[in-house]
Structures are given as structure tokens and as C-alpha cells.
Design a protein around this ligand. Structure first.
Ligand code: GDP
Ligand code: MG
Length: 175
């Protein structure tokens, strides 16, 4: 079998408070998998998935934090070379949304200034427990120039769309 030709490798980092669903978002995207009792992530790791964008083969290398979600614990090595970032909060936990400006500040001080960022409100399946109105997040994203989507890793809602939004924008920037 002919070896797969890769045209681009894009590094994308997942950041946000602990337990917002970063690892499950990644599991859903990379392996179409989900676990309700997912263990806290141990050790820096990334997963890859190769997809086709505008007839080119793009390897997405998605990095997940290693349980380093305490403020300032994510090291600059994590951000190095990243061309995309997914800033995740939990729509049922207001505090995780209130911490987003901190994450954004950290991202902007460590990452490339042209990094493509999407704000993600995860756990949209828990509508009855919502504590962050969609409008609040939409407004914040607009003010900060971020893409924005609400997702559910559990129901696989908008996960593909979130990654495609980031990867396609990166693709358009490098082309
Ligand atoms: P992380 O610390 O940000 O990596 O969060 P995890 O991916 O480990 O998820 C934390 C908890 O939230 C786990 O119990 C997951 O099963 C759960 N979870 C993650 N995504 C969703 C989602 O979209 N909906 C629901 N209901 N639970 C989720
Ligand atoms: Mg995790």
C-alpha cells in the first residue's frame, strides 16, 4: 500500500479548566470515542487525525493538557508551534467561563500572535443545568475576535464542526 502523503501538520492545543471535557472532545474527534468516567489526563499527550481540506491532506496534531490546568501551570513547551487553540469551558459551570479571560491572556502571552482560537462551550447536552447563556459567550467571543461554538462530546454535537472551523481557518492563512 502506498504510504500516505501529508501536505500539512497543524498543531492545535486544548486549554481550559479541569473537567470541562477537553479530553473527551479530543477522544470524540480522534477516535469517535467517549467515556463518562474519564480519568484525569496524566502526562502531556497528543492525538492525531488526518483529514482532507481543499484536496490537501492535513494531519491535525491535537494536544491535551496533562492535568496542568492550574493557573500558569501549562508550560510554554505546550504552546510552542501551535497554530490553533480551543479554549473550552463547561456551560453548566459559570466559573469555568469566568476563567476564560485568564486562559486567553496566558495563550496570548505564550503562543504565536496569529494563532487561530475558538471558544467552546462544552456539555450542551446538559441544557437543564445551563449556567452560561449562549449570548454571553457569543458576545465575549465577538469582542475578542474568537470563533465560537457550543459542543457536546457526549452526543458528538459540533465536535467535527469545531475542529473543521479551526483547521480550515489555519489552512486559509497558510495558503
Ligand atoms: P478535562 O479535565 O477537561 O479533560 O475533562 P474530561 O474530558 O476528563 O471530562 C470531565 C467529565 O465531564 C467526565 O466525566 C466526562 O465524561 C464529562 N464530559 C465531557 N464532555 C461531556 C459532554 O459533552 N457532556 C456531558 N454530559 N459530560 C461530558
Ligand atoms: Mg483531561
Amino acid at each position: 500500500m502506498a504510504s500516505e502523503k501529508i501536505d500539512y501538520v497543524f498543531k492545535v492545543v486544548l486549554i481550559g479548566d479541569s473537567a470541562v471535557g477537553k479530553s473527551q472532545i479530543l477522544a470524540r474527534f480522534a477516535r469517535n470515542d467517549f467515556s463518562l468516567d474519564s480519568k484525569a489526563t496524566i502526562g502531556v499527550e497528543f492525538q492525531t487525525r488526518t483529514l482532507v481540506i481543499h484536496h490537501k491532506s492535513v494531519k491535525a496534531q491535537i494536544w491535551d493538557t496533562a492535568g496542568q490546568e492550574r493557573y500558569r501551570a501549562v508550560t510554554s513547551a505546550y504552546y510552542r508551534g501551535a497554530v490553533g487553540a480551543m479554549l473550552v469551558y463547561d456551560i453548566t459551570k459559570r466559573q469555568t467561563f469566568d476563567h476564560i479571560p485568564r486562559w486567553l491572556e496566558e495563550l496570548r502571552s505564550h503562543a504565536d500572535k496569529n494563532i487561530v482560537i475558538i471558544l467552546i462551550g462544552n456539555k450542551s447536552d446538559l441544557e437543564d443545568q445551563r449556567s452560561v447563556p449562549t449570548e454571553d459567550a457569543k458576545e465575549f467571543a465577538q469582542k475578542e475576535g474568537l470563533f465560537f461554538l457550543e459542543t457536546s462530546a457526549l452526543e458528538a454535537t459540533n465536535i467535527e464542526a469545531a475542529f473543521m472551523t479551526v483547521l480550515t481557518e489555519i489552512f486559509n492563512i497558510v495558503n
